[in-house]
Design a protein around this ligand. Structure first.
Ligand code: SF4
Length: 261
C-alpha cells in the first residue's frame, strides 16, 4: 500500500541489492534534475532509515507580539481561537483576504503539519493545502501510513499575502500568536514544518533549508520536536527533491515512534 502512495508522491522505490550496492556517485547522479526533454521516469533513491539526529533543544526566541490580546489568547479554546482568527485585523493582510484559513483536522492529532501561507485556492475556500500542492501533501501523509483527516494542518499565516508573495516578517510575527495557541491546544507529538517560512517561524532561525532539514529541534519550551521538509508546491517545481522529502518524513515517523514508546 505504501508503495502506491510513494508512487503518488512521484517516488519509485528502489530495493537495495546485497551484491550490487549503489555507490555515492550513483546517488548523486540519480538526484540530478531530469532534463526537460527527457521522458525517463522520475526516480529517487530511498535510503534505509537512519537514526534521527536529536540535537540538544535550542532556545528559540521568537519576537512574539506581547500585548493584551496575545495574553488573552492563552486562555482561548478551539472555537474561540478560530473566532479570533476570523475577525483578526492585526496585520495588513486582513484587507486583501477573502477568507481566513484557520486550519483543519483532528484537534487531538499526534501530527501537526504547518505550511507557509494560504494561496489563491485556500483563500477562496478558507481551507489549507488545496489544489495540486494539497494533493501532493495528502500523498506524503498517506505514504507515512496516516490519513489526512487524522492530522491537523495549518499555516504560519492565516491570511493570504497578495499575489502569493513571501510573507513579511512583521506579518509572521503578528500571526504567530495564533499558531502558538494552536500548538498549546493540540499538544502534538511532532510538528512537520513544510516550507522555508514555516521552518523559520517554528525554529526561530533564518537558515537555508538544507541546514534546517535532517535535525530535530524542539519548539520553544514545549519539548515538541519539529522536523523540516520541503513545501509540496516547491516539490512540484523541483521533483528531484522528492527523495529528500521522503527522508524527512521517515525521520519524522521515527521521532514519533520514539516519543510513543
Ligand atoms: Fe491576523 Fe494573521 Fe490574518 Fe494578519 S495574517 S490579519 S495576523 S490572522
Amino acid at each position: 500500500m505504501r508503495d502506491q502512495y510513494l508512487q503518488a508522491m512521484g517516488i519509485t522505490r528502489w530495493v537495495k541489492r546485497e551484491l550490487d550496492p549503489v555507490s555515492v556517485d550513483d546517488v548523486e547522479e540519480i538526484e540530478k534534475p531530469v532534463a526537460v526533454e527527457s521522458v525517463a521516469p522520475e526516480v529517487a533513491v530511498i535510503p534505509e532509515p537512519t537514526a534521527p539526529v536529536i540535537t540538544e533543544p535550542k532556545e528559540i526566541e521568537l519576537t512574539v507580539v506581547q500585548n493584551e490580546e496575545s495574553h488573552a489568547l492563552d486562555e482561548l479554546d478551539w472555537p474561540s481561537l478560530e473566532k479570533q482568527v476570523t475577525s483578526c485585523v492585526a496585520c495588513d493582510l486582513h484587507a486583501t483576504r477573502t477568507n481566513t484559513v484557520f486550519g483543519e483536522g483532528v484537534q487531538q492529532a499526534d501530527w501537526l503539519i504547518v505550511g507557509d501561507a494560504p494561496g489563491t485556492e485556500e483563500d477562496i475556500h478558507g481551507k489549507p493545502f488545496l489544489g495540486q500542492g494539497g494533493q501532493l501533501l495528502t500523498a506524503m501523509i498517506e505514504a507515512m501510513g496516516l490519513k489526512r483527516e487524522n492530522v491537523f494542518i495549518t499555516n504560519s499565516l492565516k491570511c493570504r499575502p497578495p499575489e502569493s508573495r513571501d510573507p513579511l516578517e512583521s506579518e509572521i510575527i503578528a500571526c504567530h500568536v495564533f499558531l502558538k495557541q494552536q500548538i498549546k491546544l493540540l499538544k502534538p507529538k511532532v510538528i512537520l514544518a513544510v516550507g522555508r517560512v514555516a521552518a523559520h517561524n517554528l525554529l526561530g532561525i533564518n537558515e537555508p533549508m538544507k541546514a534546517m532539514r535532517g535535525h530535530t529541534v524542539t519548539y520553544k519550551d514545549t519539548g515538541i520536536p519539529v522536523i523540516v521538509t520541503y513545501h509540496p508546491a516547491y516539490l512540484l517545481r523541483a521533483p528531484s527533491n522528492k527523495g529528500k522529502a521522503w527522508q524527512d518524513l521517515q525521520l519524522a515517523m521515527k521521532v514519533v515512534a520514539e516519543v510513543t514508546e
